[in-house]
Design a protein around this ligand. Structure first.
Ligand SMILES: Cc1cc2nc3c(=O)[nH]c(=O)nc-3n(C[C@H](O)[C@H](O)[C@H](O)COP(=O)(O)OP(=O)(O)OC[C@H]3O[C@@H](n4cnc5c(N)ncnc54)[C@H](O)[C@@H]3O)c2cc1C
Length: 446
């Protein structure tokens, strides 16, 4: 138990001294980016002022309405998820005039429905090695850099989390140990903590609900490695609020219902926005519109060109919340290969256990719902590995999120679609940013 407490202490070292939810992108914004140190310094002071207050809704809406044809915003961002809020923050801290509109609330989409891991993607590294795929390798490398940076930027919302990989043969011990050592190696200076092997006795001490025998195979030990864990919803709201404090006009419950074109119809120059609280509509103009609508980005692209080819291949992922006793505080469990070859996680989350996820093709809906077979799939996948009875009645809540995977026309299933992001201007004045992981939001926003 002492070892568990030590690991837990590392994992929960969340720099509780940070009371504020506000932060600036530390490495992507440098003094040079906006032509000198002092404006950035002034911005930092403003954002870090404990008495700073985000301007009221009326002020945000007035700023958007005031952006007319003759004095357009530099950038209008559609969508207040990780991508849109990150883009707005990056743009405003570079000295641009920025607007951000979100149909529902910040993080109401995919960005609050994730597994909450800041990760490089161990399984993508596996694919990179076996397929000799340099593209996948670069994805992992960049994500590992971002994992560390995001934890440093928002230590009050993110921390390192140990994850245990159970091994049921000596081959698995060697295989996972080598793979996770490679993961450490690729992280290089961005490493959170070194992975290591634990014997069966040590492992069950660390994870008391872990089964010692699975399908007649005895546990040979576990390999514990580290990734990051974040509070995705709060991180997202923090980005939007920081963008607002830095001067962006940021409005939730504000839906883009159509795009405005110039007189020749050749360029997008603004958007018609409906305030979903009052039902009233108004126009905002901008030199560039960034479409960060996540799974809905095709519907926004079709406002510019109704014949636009769809680029999103939606895939749904379900998570369930289970009671705290399913997993110990400060230690996650990763099942690297379920019966159908998928990865399933069980992680401590706000005093409970979050388990997931699934990956199945879906249609795009406003409020995706978890299906019973998806919930059952997760329960089945974890039950083999636990010595407690996994019961349907223990599911305290469940939700579903839609991955905005950017379509590769040659891919046969969603598993093989690249998790990288895509930046695409298919109509002058309208740039779409989609795909990618939460972990790497800063890369696609700058
Ligand atoms: C099940 C699951 C698990 C995941 N786990 C992880 C993980 O552990 N780690 C990780 O790094 N990544 C993870 N991801 C990926 C990550 O969550 C997404 O890449 C990220 O959240 C996408 O953010 P986004 O801003 O592009 O989309 P969204 O968060 O969906 O934001 C798009 C926003 O646009 C708004 N919008 C749409 N249309 C309009 C309009 N017309 N007007 C105004 N607003 C509009 C929507 O309301 C929405 O809020 C996971 C994804 C899923 C589905």
């Amino acid at each position: 138990m002492t070892r568990l407490r030590k690991l837990g202490a590392v994992a929960t070292a969340t720099a509780s001294a940070y009371g504020s939810v506000l932060f600036l992108h530390s490495s992507l914004v440098s003094a040079g980016d906006n032509g000198g140190g002092s404006p950035l310094e002034a911005l930092r002071k403003k954002v870090h002022d404990p008495g700073a207050v985000v301007p009221a809704r009326e002020a945000q809406q007035s700023a958007l309405k005031a952006a007319g044809k003759s004095n357009p915003l530099d950038v209008l961002v559609i969508g207040g998820g990780a991508t849109g809020s990150g883009t707005a923050l990056d743009a405003v801290t570079r000295g641009l005039r920025v607007g951000l509109v979100e149909r529902e609330d910040f993080a109401s989409g995919t960005s609050s429905r994730s597994t909450k891991l800041l990760h490089g993607g161990v399984r993508y590294l596996e694919k990179a090695v076996f397929n000799l795929d340099y593209g996948q390798f670069k994805l992992v490398l960049h994500a590992l850099e971002e994992r560390k940076q995001v934890i440093e930027n928002a230590p009050h919302l993110c921390h390192a989390l140990p994850c245990m990989t159970p091994c049921f043969s000596w081959f698995e011990v060697v295989y996972y140990w080598m793979g996770l050592k490679m993961y450490d190696l690729v992280a290089g200076r961005q490493l959170l903590h070194l992975s290591r092997y634990y014997s069966t006795k040590e492992s069950v001490e660390l994870f008391p609900t872990l089964a010692r025998v699975v399908n007649d195979r005895s546990l040979r030990g576990t390999v514990v490695y580290y990734d990051g864990q974040m509070n995705d919803a709060r991180l997202n709201v923090g980005l939007a609020c920081t963008a607002a404090l830095a001067g962006a006009a940021v409005l939730n419950h504000a839906e883009v219902v159509s795009l405005l074109k110039d007189d020749d119809g050749k360029r997008i120059i603004g958007a018609r926005i409906r305030d979903n609280l009052t039902g009233k509509e108004f126009d905002t103009y901008a030199k560039v519109i960034v479409n960060a609508g996540g799974p809905f980005c095709d519907s926004i692209r079709k406002m510019a060109n109704k014949n636009a080819q769809e680029m999103i291949s939606p895939s749904s992922g379900v998570h369930i919340i289970l009671p705290d006793y399913y997993s110990p505080e400060g230690m996650g469990l990763i099942v690297p290969k379920t019966k159908d070859g998928r990865v399933v996680f069980m992680l401590p989350w706000l005093g409970r256990t979050v388990a997931g996820t699934t990956d199945s093709s879906t249609s795009i809906t406003y409020l995706p719902e978890p299906h019973e077979d998806e919930i059952q799939f997760i329960l089945d996948a974890i039950s083999d590995y636990l010595n407690v009875k996994v019961r349907r009645v223990d599911v305290l809540s469940a939700w579903s999120g839609i991955r905005p995977l950017a379509l590769d026309p040659t891919a046969k299933n969603t598993e093989s679609i690249s998790r990288d992001h895509v930046v695409w201007e298919d109509y002058p004045g309208l740039v779409t940013i989609t795909g990618g992981k939460w972990t790497t939001y800063r890369r696609r926003c700058c």
